[in-house]
Unconditional design. Structure first.
Length: 94
């Protein structure tokens, strides 16, 4: 895949995420501010399509609990979802 294509894919993904965040921001009392690690997590999921919890915490260099703390607001906002079984689950962009 060439660099221009990757850049276009990243741009489209970030536009989709921004659109979802904007929709959430319009609702009273709902606002999502992404931390740098959450932005990194979204980029990882975009690049890899899906990742296990272990792959995420290794890639982000945070603890298992730290990864879950990053994921919870993203899942609640509808940006990320978990698929698969409890034991073999993976995270993907929603």
């Amino acid at each position: 895949m060439n660099s221009k294509r990757k850049t276009l894919g990243l741009h489209l993904t970030l536009e989709q995420v921004w659109t979802r965040v904007q929709k959430l921001s319009v609702q009273p009392g709902k606002k999502l501010v992404l931390r740098p690690k959450q932005e990194q997590l979204l980029q990882l999921l975009r690049d890899h399509n899906s990742m296990t919890p272990r792959e995420l915490w290794d890639a982000l260099d945070v603890s298992k609990q730290g990864t879950l703390d990053l994921l919870r607001p993203l899942i609640k906002a509808g940006l990320v979802k978990r698929v698969g079984t409890q034991k073999a689950g993976r995270y993907i962009l929603a």
